[in-house]
Design a protein around this ligand. Sequence first.
Ligand code: GTR
Length: 396
Amino acid sequence: MTSKKILLSLLLLVFAIALKSQNYEESNVQPYTLPELLKTESGQVIATADEWMQIRRPEVLRLFEDNVYGQVPKSFDAIYFKKTREEKNVLNGKATVKEVNIIVTRNIKQVTIHLLLFVPNKVKKPVPAFLVINHRGMETMDVTRGNKDDFWPVEQVIDAGYALAGFDVKDVAPDDKERFADELLQKLYPDQLAMNNGMRALGAWGWGASRIIDYFETDPAVDAGKVVVVGHSRGGKAALWCGAQDQRVAVAISNESGNSGAKISRRNFGESVEAITKNFPYWFCKNYQQYANNEDKLPVDQHMLIALQAPRGVYVSAAEEDRWADNKGQYLSLIEAQPVFNLYGFNLNLPLQMPSVGNQLFEIPMGCHIREGKHDMTLYDWQQFIRFANTFFQKK
Ligand code: GTR
């Protein structure tokens, strides 16, 4: 073979490998078999909500810990809440803003989560709250409202009668391959770093949201039983993982979370486990690497993450042009998770077809929408979240 031909065959090979892991053609989606949701590892068939809660749910949670996101340590020595600011008349008198340092200690080390919280003034307390796992930096939540970002539409959320809370993920785990361990992992849980099923960034972000719920339990203005955890993309993966770990979460909202979030991993469309573990190894436990290009060996798939939210609320949103996130794969997870919700007496029967673009669909406690446009979290998305939450909480 001439060197030209060798080069050409090599290029074709590279192209074929890339194609295998990043398919965008529906007709190229290969058949797959999902792990069984309602059968335990020892073969016991789960037939009641009680059996799910006592037997299968803990098993599925452990499988996600050991193979995907890593453990989430529950213990620490102390937690303190230090209000650093409170202004009672912001947003034209409509809201009170608070900033609270949430300080968590373990073995004489500490981390501080900076919580930003807006609470509506003229509404009966306590109020339900949206809690955003924010990976886009504090600027997006600009407290002075000089920089209004649709990612954080506090005016609209307050008008709808909800509190809006947020924190920057860097307080617990910077979103960076080199520095992700700088906060929570090195300071409080260094032992996790040595473990193949140890916590990494996504686990830390969800852990951070849980500490904010700890704070809500002490704030009479917020209803800690009505917390909607919201995340976009990588934040959406963390929101689902947080809702799986922490059953105080009333609703988990995953906005365009895609691979290792809401989408079925075995469906070879858009981002693959290979791509995500290569580009973002520090989001997941080490064990997850072994499923790159090997999704069929995963003992879970992401519909089981949706099922772990039952019987609480779960909402999955998508954007038409966000093919990387595999909108159909996300919707299929909702469909596949329904049997667990139905053990609780719901009668979910979502249509097999995804809603068309511009439409919202919900059968409480599940909901979804798909909007036109690109990968982002927009005011339109928030309007749908609020509409879903109003119905979920039976608010006016
Ligand atoms: C992408 C990543 C996705 C998604 C996204 C985001 O680069 O591949 O899984 O998380 O980032 O967070 O915006």
